[in-house]
Design a protein around this ligand. Structure first.
Ligand code: AMP
Length: 437
């Protein structure tokens, strides 16, 4: 199967070739032809499967191949709703990249950044609008987004939008759209809520289900360390140091836990930052950029924040705590071993998490091998930067908390941290050396 067989136009084929894609992924091979036909689609596909191109390529083709008798010519003709700012930004980027040779305009709108540039872009007119639901409704209320000309609606990561409580916003948006339109719903899981949404939204949809990452991603090695809460931090520090891991995505269950762990890693001389919903857009972007370019060694994330992060070939993913929902484990490890690269996923499992582990193994239909916890000397942490109690009471404007976005601030109020940090960083910022799990 090649992209040429899917019926895509030369402009799109050129863009795909520029990306270096040689053959379509399963979701693309199955999705592109039916979306080109104008059918509604219900697709079970996760991040990492190539789902963005699966809906973006045919969407661009349909928008560019037809005449468009619009009343005012400004309203978007395609609307993509995404749960998080990061995912919206990534989809927007894909739209620009794949549409590079087409005369279509697109823009991305999400909260946490100034609204005026978004208003200006909408006023100039766009063909494709990628948005998070809340900010989109802000624009609708202020009269700056007109959804009356939408021909194609995409709900990307619909399950996550429902998890995040966007169902009411989604319903409000749906009420503003023309009745006749094409609907594409992408979701990694099929809960009853998703089924209900799909039933109310889709007309005779084509169902597409692609292999889950856990069956597809054989290149990810998975292991478990049985270690209780108190021992997790020291073990993680040891593993990162000893294995010389230079790009590690660590998952915690809570935002507070992410902040605390990032702070502790920094105190151990390991550059780390937390990324979660309470962080400003600037802090998130900075952390992500640092992580991608290798200057930030560890990104500590909650599930929701990590959703949609497109980080290729991530060598290490660590579940500092197991997720409550087994499917989230699959999403998490889907961050590593992408595009056929080797990756290692490691879970630190306390005695209170054994049931969660069993649920995950049931979903995977296999046991995850348990590694023996190595004997090591725990590393001493530099003292905390300053006493924290006042920060807990939201004095930091809602987003400072314990963590240090960017993880770069020196901890030199008590002496020892800067030198150990410098030593670590000078070992070679790029993830050239990849240790064993
Ligand atoms: P997605 O599931 O949309 O988040 O895409 C995951 C990653 O796969 C992105 O980095 C894409 O650039 C990449 N990708 C998408 N389609 C292909 C393809 N046909 N061949 C190789 N890589 C692809």
């Amino acid at each position: 199967m090649s992209f040429e067989n899917l019926g895509l136009s030369t402009g799109l084929l050129r863009a795909v070739a520029t990306q270096g894609y040689t053959c379509p992924t399963p979701i693309q091979a199955q999705g592109i032809p039916v979306i080109l036909e104008g059918r509604d689609v219900l697709a079970g596909a996760q991040t990492g499967t190539g789902k963005t191109a699966a809906f973006t390529l045919p969407m661009l083709q349909r928008l560019s191949s037809r005449g468009h008798p619009k009343a005012n010519g400004k309203g978007p003709r395609a609307l993509v709703l995404a749960p998080t700012r990061e995912l919206a930004a990534q989809v927007g980027e894909s739209v620009s990249v794949y549409g590079a040779h087409l005369p279509l305009k697109s823009t991305v709108i999400f909260g946490g950044v100034g609204i005026q540039p978004q208003k200006d872009a909408l006023r100039r007119g766009v063909d494709i609008l990628v948005a998070t639901p809340g900010r989109l409704l802000d624009h609708v209320q202020q009269g700056t987004a007109d959804l009356s000309e939408v021909e194609i609606l995409v709900l990307d990561e619909a399950d996550r939008m429902l998890d995040m409580g966007f169902i009411h916003d989604i319903r409000k948006v749906l009420a503003l759209l023309p009745k006749r339109r094409q609907n594409l719903l992408f979701s990694a899981t099929y809960s009853n809520d998703i089924k209900r949404l799909a039933d109310s939204l889709l007309h005779q949809p084509v169902l597409i289900e692609v292999a889950r990452r856990n069956t597809a991603a054989e290149s990810v090695t998975q292991h478990v360390y049985r270690v209780d809460k108190d021992g997790k931090r020291d073990l993680l520090i040891h593993l990162i140091d000893d294995g010389q891991w230079f790009q590690v995505l660590v998952f915690t269950r809570t935002k507070h836990g992410a902040n605390r762990l990032a702070e502790q890693l920094n105190r151990a001389g390991i550059d780390a930052a937390a990324i979660h919903g309470n962080k400003s857009q600037g802090a998130r972007t900075k952390a992500l950029t640092g992580f991608k370019d290798g200057s930030l060694r560890v990104l500590v994330a909650t599930d929701i924040a990590a959703r949609g992060l497109d980080i290729d070939r991530l060598p290490h993913v660590v579940n500092y705590e197991l997720p409550n929902v087994p499917e989230d484990y699959v999403h998490r490890i889907g961050r590593t071993g992408r595009a056929g690269e080797e990756g290692a996923a490691l879970s630190l499992v306390g005695s209170d998490e054994v049931k969660l582990l069993k649920d995950i193994q049931r979903l995977l239909k296999k046991d995850i091998p348990v590694l023996q916890v190595p004997v090591f000397e725990p590393k001493a942490l530099a003292p905390a930067r300053q006493p924290e109690p006042t920060k807990k009471s939201r004095s930091g404007g809602g987003r400072q908390q314990h963590g240090k976005p960017g993880g770069k601030r020196p901890q030199n109020n008590n002496g020892s941290a800067p030198s150990s940090r410098r030593k670590r960083r000078s070992r070679g910022g790029r993830p050239a050396v990849v240790g064993q799990a």
